[in-house]
Design a binder for this molecule. Structure first.
Ligand SMILES: NC(=O)c1ccc[n+]([C@@H]2O[C@H](COP(=O)([O-])OP(=O)(O)OC[C@H]3O[C@@H](n4cnc5c(N)ncnc54)[C@H](O)[C@@H]3O)[C@@H](O)[C@H]2O)c1
Ligand SMILES: O=C(O)C(=O)C[C@]1(C(=O)O)C=C[C@@H](O)C=C1
Length: 287
């Protein structure tokens, strides 16, 4: 395929940024990739694996001359990064991100992006519990959704370029209002992570018969809690930035758990079977 971007800068060459770079390189959609970050070991690994062609510890220097900058660092650091690199962006540069929360980032970044440059918010709905360039792989986005969150200020051509890159990376692109994105993702991604962390926390600190009950964990516990091995800083930032929507989701979940508890407590056999059947049908429906 013909090259779409001559010079791509990736700020944060971890699972998400590294996988984006790998997918685009493999497709021949980018000529030169600059990896920007803070961890020498991580960036040197990315360089040695050919994920990037050049590394930089200085974001303002690293983004110079790039046609597109992809920011894939924890969500609470994204707008500060855009503010820091703004004076160094080449005219016409497109800045986009992969952050898991959108409304605040889009609001702030649209204010910070300089005249003649463009910001497009994005979020690939794909990931794993692993972090860093060593966890990245080219097929991460194959067949997965990528939500872009344009507003009335978004430049149409910049949006189309970002959408095209995600399609080249294998993703199915859709667009959504940033606030709507945050409410939907609170339910389907942020709540499950909060519940998984809370479950492991509860079981890990439980005093049952003076035993370390975690040593008895088998498939059920492990399947349910895989995502509690995700990066704590990433999830701290998501919980704080999407606080309002996540609290509403936690309240909905608490009501569901309270209802389940009530049916168990009252020995409501048909009610319990109904509760589990409905949940099983929803779950089987996504397989
Ligand atoms: N992990 C997932 O499943 C997933 C999925 C979709 C979106 N996201 C989002 O993508 C972003 C990156 O997540 P990830 O899983 O790739 O994380 P990661 O930890 O694998 O990679 C992040 C990289 O950014 C670097 N970094 C952190 N803060 C920095 C800063 N201020 N300046 C420069 N470099 C910095 C880290 O050293 C690391 O190499 C987050 O916003 C996250 O919400 C993650
Ligand atoms: O598969 C995983 O490990 C994930 O947690 C990926 C996952 C999710 O499905 O919730 C996590 C965060 C994102 O922003 C998008 C995707």
């Amino acid at each position: 395929m013909s090259c779409i971007i001559e010079r791509l800068a990736i700020v944060g060459v971890g699972l998400i940024g590294g996988s984006f770079a790998r997918a685009l390189r493999q497709a021949g959609a980018v000529r030169h990739v600059v990896g920007i970050g803070r961890s020498r070991a991580n960036l040197e690994h990315a360089l040695s694996q050919g994920i990037v062609d050049e590394i930089s510890f200085n974001a303002t220097e690293g983004v110079a001359g790039a046609q597109l900058v992809f920011i894939s660092i924890p969500v609470c650091s994204i707008s500060a990064m855009v503010g820091a690199i703004a004076p160094s962006l080449a005219p016409g540069c497109i800045v986009t991100d992969g952050g898991s929360v959108k409304a605040e980032i889009v609001r702030e970044c649209e204010k910070l992006i300089p005249e003649g440059c463009h910001f497009v918010g994005g979020h690939p709905i794909a990931g794993t519990e692993n972090s860093g360039a060593s966890a990245s792989f080219a097929t991460l986005y194959q067949g997965k959704r990528c939500i872009l969150t344009p507003t009335e200020r978004t430049d149409r051509e910049a949006y189309e370029t970002v959408a095209r890159l995600w399609r080249v990376a294998g993703a199915n692109v859709c667009s959504m209002d940033p606030e709507r994105h945050d409410r939907i993702l609170a339910e389907i991604s942020h709540l499950p992570h909060a519940v998984a962390y809370a479950l492991v926390h509860a079981v890990g600190t439980a005093d049952a018969e003076g035993e370390n009950v975690l040593s008895y964990s088998a498939g059920g516990f492990r399947d349910f809690t895989r995502i509690a091995s995700s990066d704590p800083v990433m999830w701290r930032d998501i919980a704080l930035m999407n606080r309002r929507a996540l609290l509403a989701s936690i309240d909905g979940f608490s009501a569901s758990l309270a209802e389940l508890r009530r049916r168990i407590d009252s020995g409501d056999s048909p009610g319990l079977a109904e509760f589990f059947t409905i949940a099983k049908q929803f779950r089987d429906g996504i397989l």
